[in-house]
Design a protein around this ligand. Structure first.
Ligand SMILES: Nc1ncnc2c1ncn2[C@@H]1O[C@H](COP(=O)(O)OP(=O)(O)OP(=O)(O)O)[C@@H](O)[C@H]1O
Ligand SMILES: [Mg+2]
Length: 367
């Protein structure tokens, strides 16, 4: 065991651990293994592994006979994780490591890890929920498209030009909604797979914010609703400009749609301690990020304290006015893919305040 301090106690492990010696007799059986198998450690120790853990695969084959760890090829180093059945049909995830004193020598120890299947069940359930939600989100605009086109085709002559235009505009908007939803889902699958592609360039954050406000004003939102405050000196960012646009567009749209009053956007140099994102958290210490922080705050009712941890999860929406609830999940994914971080709290005026930081820096070849 590497490391100082008190010795590792196998009973502290969250996973079941079973160790068998060179003769296939159980010499280690921790508490989690007892919990998962229902066998007491005292009853397991000294017994043959095959008797203590009579595992079968899903086709009913006896696992130890099938894998034959003590016979078989001496180059094998273990077994990858499999879903196996304990007597009584209880499922466990089992992986094994074959420990040999010399490479290709006889097996000295067999180390088996056992895990319950609840965690996997939970992810499977969340996948099923995701599919159900997506199907539902796609169905409502498509139902409207289908309804209007069918009506128009069947009764074309009976409608005035104005009515036809109105229906076609709805169809057009619903088609946009579907397209947008699909683009969001693609982003999400890339974020979840850690494969969000960033085409980084030198980006001037203040210019990006100004351009965005202009764009939003052009869609008919009065200019007075925005208050842009830039604190110089700002460093340039090494970021994907399209993705940064996506982040800003989402935050501004949210502030206008879900918030009220003046939307204040502050851009300022910043230095912050940033936790590693969840997907790389195991063992990754917090980092210090130096770069530019963008804060978007509004004067609406804000986000209730107890909902704050949920705003960045997918499909969470706080009100009926919400869209699909994917915007902030994507925003967070993009910011973290850049090595930055985002958080939400309450603005002094009471509304929601979102603040994200992106690391400064240009690539070596530009220095
Ligand atoms: N500035 C804000 N003020 C109040 N509530 C907000 C604000 N921004 C976001 N929210 C709440 O957070 C929820 C999630 O936001 P998110 O951007 O993820 O989804 P959405 O805006 O509902 O849909 P989408 O962005 O996918 O079209 C919103 O539905 C809204 O209830
Ligand atoms: Mg949104």
């Amino acid at each position: 065991m590497v490391g100082s301090g008190p010795e590792l106690d196998p009973d502290d492990l969250p996973d079941g651990l079973v160790v068998a010696d060179a003769l296939g007799r159980v010499v280690g059986f921790n508490r989690a293994a007892a919990r998962l198998t229902g066998v007491r450690p005292a009853a397991a120790l000294g017994q043959l592994l095959e008797d203590v853990l009579p595992l079968e695969d899903l086709d009913g084959h006896r696992w130890w006979q099938l894998t034959d760890p003590y016979g078989g090829l001496a180059i094998r180093t273990g077994q990858p994780e499999r879903n196996l059945l304990l007597p009584g049909g209880r499922e466990v995830l089992v992986s094994a490591r074959y420990v040999r004193a010399v490479p290709r020598g006889p097996l000295e120890r067999l180390v088996i890890a056992l895990r319950g299947t609840e965690a996997r069940r939970r992810t499977e359930r969340s996948h099923a929920e995701l599919i159900a939600t997506v199907a539902h989100e796609l169905r409502s605009p498509l139902t409207s498209v289908k309804g209007f086109t069918k009506t128009l085709l069947a009764k074309w002559e009976r409608f005035t030009d104005g009515q036809k235009r109105l229906m076609l505009e709805t169809v057009d908007a619903d088609a946009d909604r579907v397209t947008r939803l699909i683009a969001e889902l693609l982003d999400i699958s890339r974020i979840d797979a850690g494969r969000l592609e960033l085409r980084k360039q030198v980006v001037d954050p203040a210019a990006a914010v100004r351009r965005h406000v202009e764009r939003t004003v052009a869609t008919g939102i009065p200019e007075e609703r925005f208050d842009v405050r830039i604190t110089e000196p700002l460093t340039v960012l090494w970021a994907d400009p399209d993705k940064l646009d996506q982040v800003l567009a989402n935050l501004l749209e949210n502030a206008v749609r879900h918030g009220e009053g003046t939307v204040t956007i502050e851009v300022a140099p910043a230095k912050e301690v940033v936790e590693a994102p969840v997907w790389e958290r195991s063992g990754t210490p917090p980092r210090i990020v130096e770069g530019t922080a963008v804060t978007v705050s509004d004067e609406g009712s804000g986000i209730p304290e107890d909902s704050m941890p949920r705003v960045f999860t997918r499909f969470w929406r706080g009100s009926k006015r919400g869209g699909t609830g994917l915007g902030l999940y994507i925003v967070k994914g993009i910011v973290e893919a850049h090595g930055g971080s985002i958080r939400v709290d309450r603005a002094p005026g009471g509304g929601a305040r979102f603040r994200f930081i992106l690391p400064a820096g240009v690539p070596d070849f530009m220095l």
